[in-house]
Structures are given as C-alpha cells and as structure tokens.
Design a protein. Structure first.
Length: 66
C-alpha cells in the first residue's frame, strides 16, 4: 500500500512540474510577442554560453537595454 502512495505522490509532482514548464513557456512566448508588437525589449534572453571578456559582456548588456 505504501508503494502505491509513493507512486501517486510522484505522479502528482511530475504533473505539477509539467504544468509549471508549460506555463513558463507560455509566459515567455507572450512576453516575446508583446515585445515584438510594441517594438521594445521587455525581457532579454539568457545566453546559453558566453565567451569574451567581462568588458565585452557588459557592453553587450548595455546595448540590449537601449
């Protein structure tokens, strides 16, 4: 009986995790679409990998805010 309860709790956690991921993707898509419509950057994307000096990184961040 205990194994059934654990599997049920894991299924609920898994379902909640999926809902959170879908909500996050939906929110980001909405913000990106709104940003495109008003021609203003609302939320910058997070780079996957960075290369270069700290000065180059800071310059890139400042340019995106303009």
């Amino acid at each position: 009986m205990n194994d059934v309860d654990v599997n049920g709790a894991e299924s609920i956690r898994f379902g909640i995790s999926i809902i959170k991921e879908i909500a996050g993707i939906s929110i980001i898509s909405y913000i990106n679409t709104l940003s495109s419509m008003i021609l203003k950057l609302i939320l910058t994307s997070v780079p996957n990998s960075l290369s270069g000096s700290a000065d180059e990184l800071l310059n890139m961040m400042v340019r995106e805010q303009d």
